[in-house]
Design a protein around this ligand. Structure first.
Ligand code: SAM
Length: 239
């Protein structure tokens, strides 16, 4: 379970509301063993000492040095697909080791979230990322960033040292070939929404230092393309 708290060997602690609810759902009982992680690396063994109606207390055991993270930090910046497809994307990207997800509103986006609605959705997707991290044994939870417009976001990311790639259907070299040179420590993929990136957006990305890369001749859905890129990078980085 994900407990974003300072943890130390032997400490007794009350679980925060999220993992406490999860422990209730799992019907844990005093004496049951569980594993906690706080996102700062590794895992902690723990034993349930009290199951209240809503409060759960545990006794921490040892810190276990495990690392199931990708050796590079991959950010997926995606023109958010509509309906439940973005939930699916966040869940699968988390299982596959993404470090961060940046939801974007693009010129041709169907889903145009802003303000409170956007913040609520981001909180929901962050919950999806936590659940998928717990399920897949991650030791860090990917961050789902606040929704941005593509133009605003590009201006900011241009100044960062990460390697940048735009997934493109025109005039692009295959990602597999680009990865032959190795993987950088931090990599940002930009991928378009259902209607694709507008030509001016694609040009703005190229002007901001994004290299155009192809995933092959078939047109992948907005939620498939970033995952296909993440799989390829993960395969090369962990080979
Ligand atoms: N008709 C749209 C177009 O022509 O741009 C299709 C957009 S596709 C559903 C959504 C996004 O996935 C694209 O903007 C692109 O970033 C990415 N994508 C899909 N298939 C791809 C491929 N074969 N190679 C590279 N990127 C791809």
């Amino acid at each position: 379970l994900y407990a974003p708290l300072p943890l130390s060997p032997g400490a007794a602690l009350a679980l925060p509301p999220g993992p406490a609810r999860h422990a209730q759902v799992l019907r844990l009982q005093p004496g049951d063993a569980l594993t906690l992680f706080n996102g700062e690396g590794g895992e902690w063994s723990a034993t349930v000492t009290r199951m209240g109606r809503s409060d759960v207390e545990v006794q921490l055991g040892a810190h276990v040095e495990v690392d199931r993270e990708l050796p590079l930090a991959v950010t997926l910046a995606v023109g958010m697909p509509a309906n439940e497809r973005m939930d699916w994307l966040v869940e699968k990207a988390t299982e596959l080791g993404v470090a961060a997800v940046q939801p974007l509103v693009c010129e041709r986006s169907v889903l145009r979230l802003a303000g409170e609605r956007a913040d609520k959705k981001v909180a929901h997707w962050q919950g999806v990322a936590i659940a998928a991290s717990e399920q897949s044994g991650r030791t860090r939870v990917p961050a789902v960033a606040p929704v941005r417009t593509l133009r605003e976001w590009i201006a900011e990311v241009a100044a960062t040292p990460a390697s940048k790639v735009v997934l493109s259907l025109q005039d692009a070299i295959p990602l597999g070939g680009a990865l032959k040179a190795g993987t950088p420590p931090a990599l940002v993929f930009l991928s378009g929404p259902e209607g694709g990136l507008a030509p001016a957006e694609e040009q703005a990305a190229r002007d901001a230092g994004f290299s155009p890369v192809s995933l092959g001749p078939r047109v992948l859905r907005a939620e498939t393309a970033p995952l296909a890129a993440l799989v390829q990078v993960g395969a090369v980085a962990t080979a």
